[in-house]
Design a protein around this ligand. Structure first.
Ligand code: ATP
Length: 509
């Protein structure tokens, strides 16, 4: 894709430094994006990737350094200024307005939005762009009714129609199924063929290999590898650049056995149905036995009932019909509080929204966790730092200092705190929804090991994930959900990507 590359880079960063108080999040960073390339921005959790792109999108103001756009020095004052300069960004937490249609959302951000919108013109522009880039989405659909993949495509269209020539994507695949991720990469190839420069924040080496033309690696806020063709490096060299040391071989589970297939049932669902807030059935007549000492993988395309299943098991969503028996849990009832005290631990799918309390430190969260899992009303904030240090040592996820505010940590570092608490809890049942989303390579490995350790201690683990490799590597069996129903339960020995993929998309035969 470099044949039509412009001689002047689309974007150049020199010596960029950004501090938050005494913390230096970006330290003398160098970074270049050329027309027609996908530039992978890599690094461990907390390395400074999001901070860098937020400076490029005008959300943060750097303390030092130059940002050169199309050969001109710019001080990017705000996101709208960035958009005027042709820089667009798609966020992890996508930012469309759910109550509006796709075209209304897009029209709101077009450069020359007229005072009176002409729906037909706007819809035609969107349909043309959808066809050109292969971004399939219905302009008249309400955003709240879209799947995550469609939502992301709508977001991309919005950014492209606003005139982006530098497109920033912050971990776009973390919410996508493998098929959706492949489709997104096809779109990125079309964009680069048109001369767009893409900045892609990514954690998975496989994806970097699949799509990135060049990579830059940040470590501890500094550029440790600039502007490099990833094909010149081995996987081990790439990971070493990110983490700074050699990496131990990947931990793989031993061959799955059926020794625990008859282990005691911890929770049993029969004909379990759960309503979504919109009033439609999210989970529809599900039969499932969750057993001690086993990992039950849950697969499905986004919105197939995974969320409702997790919510039911942790007491957030009530049963509409059917039954939930808890023979292996000494629970007084099925409220969230009862279940937590009985040893049900929840790694929520979206910690930033559903776990983090704004303004509170890690210690505060630890005290809250300890109190609710013990069914106490008293919060021991003073003892929390010590407790957390013990858990951190046991988990080995290198969580941040407990005096820091949780809402000020990077996404991956928030996840590490939650995992450190959840996977050192000695629980009865762990519901882990997308536990490695947003985690760097090493932390993902360690989290996998912790889930296997929990299983080997006899905990029942329900692992919800869109990463089929992860499900296949860890699960003893995989249940596939399709439109809220069980499309099939496949023992790990018989499971492969094709079989799971077919059940996910087609349902039961
Ligand atoms: N608004 C803020 N206030 C204080 N510290 C911040 C703020 N935003 C980021 N940081 C800190 O800056 C450092 C870099 O964070 P950043 O989010 O850029 O990392 P990242 O590489 O994107 O990580 P991840 O892969 O986990 O998303 C971290 O130590 C983070 O806690």
């Amino acid at each position: 894709m470099t044949t039509d590359a412009a001689p002047v880079p689309l974007l150049e960063v020199q010596g960029l430094t950004k501090r938050f108080g005494s913390l230096v999040a970006n330290d003398d960073v160098t970074f270049t994006v050329r027309a027609g390339e996908v530039h992978g921005l890599l690094g461990e959790n907390g390395a400074g990737k999001s901070t860098l792109v937020k400076s490029l999108y005008g959300i943060h103001q750097p303390d030092a350094g130059r940002v050169v756009v199309d050969g001109r020095d710019e001080r990017i004052a705000s996101p709208s200024h960035a958009r005027d300069l042709g820089i667009g960004m798609v966020f992890q937490d996508m930012r469309l307005i759910p109550a509006l249609t796709v075209w209304e959302n897009i029209a709101l951000q077009l450069r020359d939005t007229p005072r009176v919108l002409k729906p037909r013109d706007a819809q035609r522009a969107i349909t043309d762009a959808s066809a050109h880039y292969g971004l399939d989405v219905d302009p008249s659909a309400l955003v709240r009714d879209l799947s995550i993949g469609e939502w992301q495509r709508a977001e991309l269209l919005k950014v492209l129609l606003a005139g982006a020539r530098v497109l920033i994507l912050d971990e776009p695949t973390s919410v996508l199924t493998p098929q959706e991720a492949d489709a997104l990469f096809d779109v990125l190839r079309r964009l680069t063929a048109d001369g767009v420069g893409v900045i892609l924040i990514a954690h998975k080496i496989r994806e970097v290999r699949q799509i990135a033309d060049r990579v830059t690696v940040l470590r501890g806020g500094r550029t440790v590898l600039a502007d490099t063709d990833p094909h010149e490096l081995t996987d081990a060299e790439l990971v070493r650049a990110m983490v700074g040391t050699s990496v131990k071989p990947v931990s793989r589970r031993p061959e799955p056995t059926d020794e625990t297939a008859d282990a005691p049932v911890v929770v049993s669902l029969r004909g379990a149905s759960v309503l979504r807030p919109t009033g439609v059935l999210g989970l529809d007549g599900v039969d499932l036995d969750i057993r001690a000492g086993r990992i039950l993988g849950v697969a499905g395309i986004a919105g197939s009932g995974q969320g409702e299943l997790a919510d039911l098991l942790v007491g957030v969503a009530p049963l509409r019909s059917g039954s939930m028996e808890l023979p292996g849990l000494d629970a007084r009832g099925t409220t969230t509080g009862d279940l937590r005290v009985a040893g049900v631990v929840d790694v929520v799918a979206n910690p930033v929204h559903d776990y983090v309390v704004r303004g509170m430190t890690i210690s505060d969260h630890v005290a809250l966790w300890e109190a609710t899992t013990a069914g106490r009303r008293r919060f021991d904030v003073r003892g929390a730092a010590t407790t957390f240090a013990r858990r951190d040592e046991r988990a080995g996820l290198r969580a941040a200092d407990p005096s820091r505010r949780l809402d000020q940590l990077s996404g991956g570092n928030i996840q590490r705190v939650l995992l450190t608490l959840a996977l050192t809890q000695d629980a009865r049942l762990v519901i882990a929804s997308y536990p490695t989303r947003g985690l760097d390579v090493l932390t993902t490995e360690r989290t996998h090991a912790l889930l296997l350790e929990a299983r080997d201690r006899g905990e029942a683990v329900v692992l919800v994930s869109e990463d089929l490799d992860e499900l296949l590597a860890l699960s003893d069996e995989v249940v596939v959900l399709h439109h809220g129903r069980v499309a099939g339960t496949v023992p790990a020995v018989d499971a492969d990507r094709d079989r799971l993929g077919l059940l996910m998309t087609e349902g039961a035969a």
